[in-house]
Design a binder for this molecule. Structure first.
Ligand SMILES: Nc1nc2c(ncn2[C@@H]2O[C@H](COP(=O)(O)OP(=O)(O)OP(=O)(O)O)[C@@H](O)[C@H]2O)c(=O)[nH]1
Length: 233
């Protein structure tokens, strides 16, 4: 007698967790590490150092009942710390987050250069991109206003978000009341990616033949999130 055991749910392998790789790009000091830390560890880091090469942090989220791993690649803003790594972090990218510092006009003016670098690595407009103005809590020091940033975002067909990795709730003295929460920004991106065609990063870079070794780096504070750093660049 035929049985259905071979097709029963219990005998099926568990569904593979999809991974969305989002690279975070922008000038040194704009707050890329703090933004990724805020999302993955839920807090503002007490101390950061310039990123060397690339770090990645990840967090498991649930969207419409599906568990999805959001992997944030925190890239070095300083040219001398990034050039050997560039080709690795542009592989298998699902979305790009361009970051500038609202209190540093130069970081905003650098954005075309970062967009160009993405283009040179075959990341075009088909890959979802967002523009994030960070350090909104420093209201008295703002150099790039929302209007100018919005024009730039529109010209490059990207949504604009203004936020603060330090004070994402916009509470307290001098905080930006209209700021977007880092959490909400990244969940918006994740929802968009989930609604697109299946996107799977099935392997970590070292398994895919890339000449890069990822080794476990620091633990970000006992809350289950880990940071990994590249040890071969
Ligand atoms: N006030 C304020 N300071 C911030 C915010 N985000 C980051 N910072 C500060 O900005 C400085 C640089 O932050 P990082 O996250 O290390 O900057 P980065 O873009 O990762 O820099 P690189 O690794 O050199 O590319 C640190 O002193 C942070 O404390 C923010 O939202 N508000």
């Amino acid at each position: 007698m035929a049985t259905s055991s071979g097709l029963s749910g219990s005998s099926l392998p568990p569904p593979r967790t999809r991974i969305f790789k989002i690279i975070v790009i922008g000038d040194s000091g704009v707050g890329k590490t703090c933004l990724t830390y805020r999302f993955c560890a839920g807090k503002f880091p007490e101390k950061t150092e310039a990123t060397i090469g690339v770090d990645f942090r990840e967090r498991l989220v649930e969207i419409d009942g599906e568990k999805i791993k959001i992997q944030l690649w925190d890239t070095a803003g300083q040219e001398r710390f990034r050039k050997s790594m560039v080709q690795h972090y542009y592989r298998n990218v699902h979305a790009v987050m361009f970051v500038y510092d609202v209190t540093n006009a130069a970081s905003f003016h650098s954005l075309p250069g970062w967009i160009e670098e993405c283009k040179q690595h075959a990341l075009g407009t088909e890959v979802p991109r967002i523009l994030v103005g960070n350090k909104c809590d420093l209201q008295d020091s703002i150099q790039t206003g929302t209007d100018v940033a919005q024009q730039f975002a529109d010209a490059h067909s990207m949504p604009l978000f203004e936020t603060s990795a330090k004070n994402p709730n916009g509470q307290g003295d001098g905080s930006c009341h209209n700021s977007d929460h880092v959490e909400a920004i990244l969940m918006t991106v994740a929802h968009k990616l989930k609604s697109q065609k299946p996107l799977v990063l099935s392997q970590l870079p070292e398994e895919s033949g890339a000449a890069v070794t990822l080794s476990e780096g620091r633990n970000d504070g006992g809350d289950g999130t880990k940071s990994w750093s590249c040890s071969s660049c």
